[in-house]
Write a protein of this length. Sequence first.
Length: 219
Amino acid sequence: MQTVEEIKAAIEAAVPGARVEVILNPGPAAEHSLLLSHAQASDIATFLRDHPAYKFDFLSNVSGVDWLDKEISEKVKVTKPVTKTVDGVEQTAEETVEETRKRVEPGYLESVYHLYSIALRHGPLVLRMRTSNRTDQVEMPSLTPVWRSAEFQEREVFDLYGIRFTGHPDLRRILMWDEFKDHPMRRDYVEPDDFEYEPTPHDAVLKRAQEHKSREQGI
């Protein structure tokens, strides 16, 4: 199989306007991946499935990842006026100093697809797509129209992470019940004190409920 860099170049040559980024994996497996732009994702997937050099006819797995907001510290050099006393006389001069500044990089949700070619016996090729944020812009195109095996797996990612796959033929919860709120695999998910299916809390659920009740009563 070609390298991800070679596949990236082939995609960009074949799919007009395609934007693809290589995401390097620093681990021992070095399983690098391709990050796809939303607008051309379906065309890219179709190209990878149908091109005779690739024939990625089997989508084995779709998984979700939740990336929280990240605080980044950066050292920058700034020029500031500095007042010094020289021979009893105050003088102001500009001096370059190094400061540490912090910024927050917004989090996002990610879906990861593993592709194989049964016909050519190669793979995996790993594809990624990312949402704009974790709150109100959590859409990305469904790849179910290209690989039917994505249908239930994208439903699972929707259910547990909250990614909304546009163009999915039947996007609804698959593990949690319809009335369930929130998405249990989010990294900031907080379990409720009790559950509809467990009206009498016990063990860890009972302990959590008692702690919550104590906080409410100010004990």
